[in-house]
Design a protein around this ligand. Structure first.
Ligand SMILES: *Cc1c(COP(=O)(O)O)cnc(C)c1O
Length: 388
């Protein structure tokens, strides 16, 4: 097989000129940590998601942990989570002092469905809370899953690290999750490098979080240093060091402004991959997950037999891919924690885990690169089928 002309990395974070200018603006302003840029970013995210309160934090992992802590469940309380998620989302449950209970995934959407949630409840008993995940950008129906779990909507934490974009993270007051958690990690739809945020309708939770993310101090440093501000503060409840900085927030504001254009480009790339992969899909050599009109298009995932061989061959040919995710129950530390009963509880996840492959997808990906990736993958899976 002929090597392709240019290497195609799995991801390249786009940074706009406005993001560079914003970083310079903050660095020369004299105030770089949590302050006015964070407040403005939070307001812009709130407007984008249509939720009234957004609090910026250091990461999505912190966002999930602090949201779970705010629920004040009893120590060891069972919290449902997909196994097919990023390990950090499950670490958040553990660090909050609770017990993760695995939910199997739907073979078509790659997210839990009402029946896998009911199965988990039948196996492990009534949960105290649930973390749902919009895997790949699939706009998971958190409210329907809450009903299947027998939980009020206020006990749901949505891991929206694969949003924003599409409908991911948008919610009506009546059915909104307690917390919607975002990530600004380098690979995500709004890349900053690192960072996170929580969106909520719950005003008390938002004000608790504003203090909790910064040591629990009753007044943050920016307000204390404002003209006429006082150095005095109290710590009514011991908090965490999980604040976002103004440097990150200013970059995030510029990046968020570019999101609509990036999402249009992601949609074009999705359509181009779909068309270019139609033959192997038709032939059964490759399968695509289910789509939804509100998809945030964070990942272009395929299911391919002998995934590890295919990924290795693509890497040799200069094409980067990734896997979302190694199910947490296959990571040794989590396997030890979960125990044998849980490890046997997610058969669909186990069946598809060795087939999932994420193809290069980012706004700067050129049409020729999409064609090269799809063409190379088609050749490889066709050869694999002939060989087997
Ligand atoms: C990236 C990611 C996270 C963690 O985000 P951070 O901001 O890096 O903490 C959580 N869940 C999912 C599904 C992710 O992809």
């Amino acid at each position: 097989m002929s090597a392709i002309a240019v290497a195609v990395p799995f991801t390249v974070p786009p940074f706009t000129d406005e993001a560079l200018a914003a970083a310079q603006r903050v660095l020369s302003s004299g105030w770089v940590t949590t302050g006015p840029e964070c407040l403005a970013f939070e307001a812009e995210l709130a407007a984008h998601l249509g939720q009234p309160h957004v609090v910026s934090v250091a990461s999505c992992t912190q966002a999930i942990e602090l949201s779970l802590r705010a629920l004040r469940l009893s120590p060891g309380a069972p919290v449902l989570t997909p196994s097919l998620t990023f390990c950090g989302a499950v670490a958040a449950i553990v660090h909050a002092g609770y017990r993760p209970v695995l939910v199997d995934t739907d073979e078509t959407t790659l997210t839990p469905n009402e029946s896998t949630v009911s199965d988990a409840v039948a196996r492990a008993g009534r949960p105290a809370a649930m973390v749902t995940c919009a895997l790949g950008g699939y706009p998971v129906d958190s409210a329907a899953l809450a009903r299947a779990a027998g939980l009020p909507y206020g006990r749901i934490v949505l891991d929206a690290a694969h949003g924003p974009g599409g409908e991911v993270g948008r919610a009506d007051r009546a059915t909104a999750p307690f917390a919607t958690c975002l990530s600004f990690y380098a690979t995500k739809n709004v890349p900053v490098g690192e960072g996170g945020a929580v969106a909520t309708y719950d005003e008390d939770f938002a004000s608790w979080l504003r203090a909790a993310r910064l040591h629990g101090m009753s007044r943050d440093a920016w307000r204390r240093y404002l003209p006429g501000g006082s150095w005095r503060y109290d710590v009514p409840e011991i908090g965490f060091k999980a604040n976002l900085t103004d440097l990150q927030a200013a970059i995030g504001r510029a990046q968020l402004a570019a999101l609509p254009g990036w999402q249009r480009r992601r949609a074009e790339i999705f359509a181009r991959y779909d068309a270019a992969l139609a033959d192997p899909v038709q032939a059964g050599a490759l399968a695509l997950p289910a789509r939804h009109s509100g998809h945030a298009m964070h990942l272009y995932q395929v299911r391919v037999p002998r995934r590890d061989d295919v990924a290795a061959r693509l890497a040799e040919l200069g094409i980067g891919t990734s896997v979302h995710f190694i199910p947490v129950h296959r990571l040794s530390g989590y396997a030890d924690l979960l125990g044998p009963g849980e490890l046997a509880a997610v058969p669909v996840t186990d069946r598809i885990a060795d087939e999932l492959l994420s193809l290069p997808l980012y706004p700067g990906l050129a049409d020729e690169a999409v064609d090269a990736v799809a063409g190379t993958l088609t050749e490889l899976v066709t050869q694999e089928r002939r060989a087997s």
